[in-house]
Structure formats: structure tokens, C-alpha cells
Design a protein around this ligand. Structure first.
Ligand SMILES: Nc1ncnc2c1ncn2[C@@H]1O[C@H](COP(=O)(O)OP(=O)(O)OP(=O)(O)O)[C@@H](O)[C@H]1O
Ligand SMILES: [Mg+2]
Length: 306
């Protein structure tokens, strides 16, 4: 899927993010006030967010970050961190899903408003394949549109488009049931089910964690092209540093419990297929340096996942 990608040869540097990108200001004339549209609110903003579960466990503490709304370039944010550091908690707080939602302290804003619960502007893809067992691929992909009252003809037409976009074969696969699909195929269905609803934000919690290495690289390439087309901001949790560096425009490293965002790194976006890019020496250097950081974090929580 690399054919349409712009040429981009910047080295993979893993630059720490120190400040949000400046908003472009239009040209001004001396003495003439320039009307300026108010800047769009950030897509997602965490302001000192702490989550303490009912049993008193502090999962994340004072998490603060901003992902700006830049219509010309939707950000792909990847999230790395030791097991139990609160990555899923962060994602589910954005999704507005209990019991992670609501936060105990601080505010999670989406599109400039405090999150009040789940919404159509956010779609989630989980690690375990969350299709309905008693529905075919076509019915699973069309499900969200059915809930929105879209006619059968239109929703099946759109579902067929999406089945093809995620690399499944409409003729061969549309009438299959989930148990007749491989893990990779099921995750393609899950992605189609989410993206067909055109969410502004896509939340992905280790979606490729259960796939074999080859399928995983193929899925990464697919996701790069779909994320561009979907015009969505993506938050993607993974335990694979290679995956995080490859897919991300920005990578968050979450510290061990209670989770805080320890580092934010800008990583150049993917400009060639996963298999090729992940062999580049400068890519491997960034992966190595993140791995060192993660090893330190992992050893500080050794003694058992929490
Ligand atoms: N409902 C809950 N009640 C109490 N503790 C919880 C609850 N959900 C999660 N936790 C705890 O909060 C911490 C963070 O959990 P979370 O699922 O966010 O971690 P994670 O970074 O996604 O981990 P993993 O990489 O293993 O998926 C963990 O110690 C977990 O046991
Ligand atoms: Mg998790």
C-alpha cells in the first residue's frame, strides 16, 4: 500500500515533544486587524487526570497531554508502557467506558468538551475479536449502521465497500461467520466495523497483539493506508516498540503504576511498507533507545504484573 505515499526521507530521530505545534497565523497588514477564526479545540486533552479504582488502586496519576486538531494531518498516537501501567485505562477514559470512566480527578476533554460517556465520534477496536458470532461478516460490518437506522440496502452496500477496503474478499468472505475466519481476518472485520461509522477518533487497544508476525506487518501496512483515508486521529496501544515507532507520528511512553506519561516522542510517519522501514538502521536505533527506557521501567515493576 506504499505506492501512493509521499516521498519522505527524514531520518527516524525520536525527537522529544516539548510543546504543542504552533497554530499557523495568516499574513497580517500593519494597522489592519486581521479577523482570525478561533483555533479548533484539541481533539483530546487530558488535564491532570487521575484514576483510582473502587478498591483504592491508583492506576494513573496526573496524566496531562494534548493532541491538537490539525485537519490537514490527523495524528497517529501510539502508547507504550509496562503491563498494568494504565494504557487501557487512558484509552477507555477517552471512550467514556466504565469503570475506567469517569476519572477520579482531572478532566478528559474530547473536541473541547468534557467526556460525558461513549459517543459516535469515538470508535474502539480491541485485541480480542469483538464480532457477533451469530452474524455474518457483512452483518457484523453493517451492524453500527443498522443501529443508526440506515436502510438495509445502503448499509450492506457500504459494508461491502469496507469489507474490500480492509482486504477481505466480498464474494468469498461476506457470508462467513466469525468462527470461519482467521485471527487476522477477524481483526479486519473489527476495523471495518469501526471505520464504517466514520469516527473522529479511533481507539485501538493492542489490536494486533494476538497475530503472527507476518500477518501483523501486513495489518500495520493496511492500517497506515486506512488511517489516512479515514481522516481520524488514532490512539493505538501496543507492547511492540517496532509497531509503535512504525505507526506513530507521536509515541507516549507510560511509566509503571501509577501511570504517568514519562516521555512523548515525535517519530517520522511511515513512508514505506513496515517490513522495509523496520529494517532501516535509524529506525532500529530509535527502537533500541526506547527499549532501554522500557527495560528500566519493567525492572522497576518486576515482582509481578499488577
Ligand atoms: N476495574 C478495575 N478495578 C481495579 N483495578 C483495576 C481495574 N481495571 C484495571 N485495574 C488495574 O489498574 C492498573 C492499570 O490497568 P490497565 O488495564 O489500564 O493497564 P494496561 O497498561 O492496559 O496493562 P496491559 O498492558 O497488561 O493491558 C492495573 O494494575 C489493573 O490491575
Ligand atoms: Mg491494557
Amino acid at each position: 500500500m506504499s505506492a501512493g505515499r509521499p516521498e519522505h526521507t527524514a531520518p527516524v530521530t525520536g525527537t522529544p515533544v516539548t510543546a504543542p505545534p504552533e497554530t499557523a497565523s495568516p499574513g497580517t497588514m500593519p494597522g489592519v486587524p486581521t479577523p482570525q477564526a478561533p483555533p479548533a479545540p484539541p481533539v483530546v486533552r487530558f488535564d491532570g487526570v487521575t484514576k483510582i479504582y473502587a478498591n483504592g488502586y491508583v492506576a494513573i496519576k496526573d496524566v496531562t497531554f494534548t493532541v491538537e486538531d490539525t485537519p490537514e494531518k490527523m495524528e497517529f498516537v501510539t502508547i507504550l508502557g509496562p503491563s498494568g501501567s494504565g494504557k487501557s485505562t487512558i484509552l477507555r477514559l477517552i471512550a467514556g467506558l466504565a469503570p475506567q470512566f469517569p476519572a477520579t480527578r482531572g478532566i478528559v476533554h474530547v473536541g473541547g468538551r468534557p467526556v460525558a460517556g461513549p459517543g459516535a465520534d469515538r470508535g474502539m477496536v480491541f485485541q480480542d475479536y469483538t464480532s457477533f458470532d451469530n452474524r455474518t461478516v457483512l452483518e457484523n460490518v453493517a451492524f453500527g449502521l443498522e443501529c443508526r437506522g440506515v436502510s438495509e440496502e445502503l448499509r450492506f452496500e457500504l459494508a461491502r465497500d469496507w469489507i474490500a477496503k480492509v482486504g477481505l474478499d466480498v464474494t468469498r468472505d461476506a457470508d462467513k461467520y466469525p468462527h470461519q475466519l482467521s485471527g487476522g481476518m477477524r481483526q479486519r472485520v473489527a476495523i471495518a466495523r469501526t471505520l464504517i461509522l466514520k469516527p473522529r477518533i479511533v481507539l485501538m487497544d493492542e489490536p494486533f497483539g494476538a497475530l503472527d508476525p507476518r500477518t501483523r506487518l501486513n495489518m500495520q501496512d493496511l492500517l497506515v493506508s486506512l488511517a489516512k483515508e479515514a481522516q481520524a486521529t488514532v490512539f493505538f496501544v501496543t507492547h511492540s516498540i517496532e509497531e509503535a515507532v512504525f505507526l506513530g507520528d507521536r509515541t507516549f511512553i507510560v511509566s509503571s503504576a501509577p501511570g504517568t506519561i514519562l516521555q512523548q516522542l515525535r517519530v517520522p510517519p511511515p513512508d514505506e511498507p513496515a517490513r522495509a522501514m523496520q529494517r532501516r538502521p535509524e529506525f532500529m536505533e530509535v527502537v533500541h533507545s526506547i527499549r532501554e527506557t522500557m527495560n528500566t521501567l519493567e525492572s522497576s515493576t518486576r515482582g509481578g504484573d499488577q
